[in-house]
Design a protein around this ligand. Sequence first.
Ligand code: KG4
Ligand code: ZN
Length: 359
Amino acid sequence: MLILGIETSCDETCAAVVDETGLVRSDVVHTQVALHAPFGGVVPELASRDHLRNVRPVIEAAIADAGLTLAQIDGISVTCRPGLTGALLVGVELAQGLAFALGKPIVGVDHLMGHLLAVFLRYQTGTTPAGPAFPFIALLVSGGHTALYRVDGPTLPEMRELGATRDDAAGEAFDKVAKLLGLGYPGGPVIDRLAKEGDPERIPLAMPMPSKNSAEFSFSGLKTHVARYVEREGRPGDDQRLRDLCAAFQRRVVDTLVRKAIGAARREGVPRLVLGGGVAANRELRERAAQACAEAEMTLFVPLLRACTDNAAMIAYAGALRLVHGADDTGDIQTSPETALLQVTRKGRGRRGALLPGQ
Ligand code: KG4
Ligand code: ZN
């Protein structure tokens, strides 16, 4: 089956053609980073308008890159949640119109499910699937999400959140700290580069949510520590102090992510860890995760960067797994800002199970 995937949940307009084995035939991403850069974060209304401008040419490019015509597509898979409502609607409405006009089945896909299955994508004909066996533990770290999952299989009920961030996502923390330090947007790549030349121990910053036994994260306190440091000591110029501060911040974030991921894998008795999301591009995170997995006798799977960041190939593949079994959500796709995956952490409120009745 050849599936057209469409993804417009945040600030990337994406379309891709993938078959049900995960082989990517085309993968087109139009990023809005430059559009949102002056604001230091994604502006929802600007995102929707830009998706509207670009979604059609992006789909046309994906079809052309795959050497196909629209009529040769067997089904459509579109991200319907979680994300910015206006942005999601652009992709969903267009996908539904297209499916209707072509007389093809369409399915709505949860964006996080796409990320969790991205490790199975292949970009070259003839390569064999190199993804992990089920179950595996996934650390999903992006600008919008930071959570640990146990993935027992490729369907939604088989994916369970073990813990998520109570406040900022890890990528969001990188972006906010970069803004604070006048380093521009997105902050991850520039902090990553500066941290390489810094000493992570010279500036003391508290470790966020240090308990190894909790799979929950919190990064807003760490961001505040950096803000307090800047208030107290002044904003560093382009000097060693800036590099030390970036190194200290990044070390705390990476330490927390790696410790909690390994802790969760141990508790679940699952020796396979998968990284995903844009923050998986981070050099120190990759290195330390590899080191920690080797020490714990676990296998680490890090997808290609293009599979880690937002893309439509992962959406096409997640949808393909339902479309091959005859699924069709025609007339029944609703957008939502929330994921359909079972969540245990409530933003700002701690664990769901810990809430008192009536709270
Ligand atoms: O997955 P992604 O492309 O988009 C979504 O958030 O959905 O992730 C983007 C995030 C941004 O917050 C960016 O600062 C962060 O990933 N990022 C990094 C690095 N590259 C991108 N964070 C740390 N180190 C990096 N090298
Ligand atoms: Zn994403």
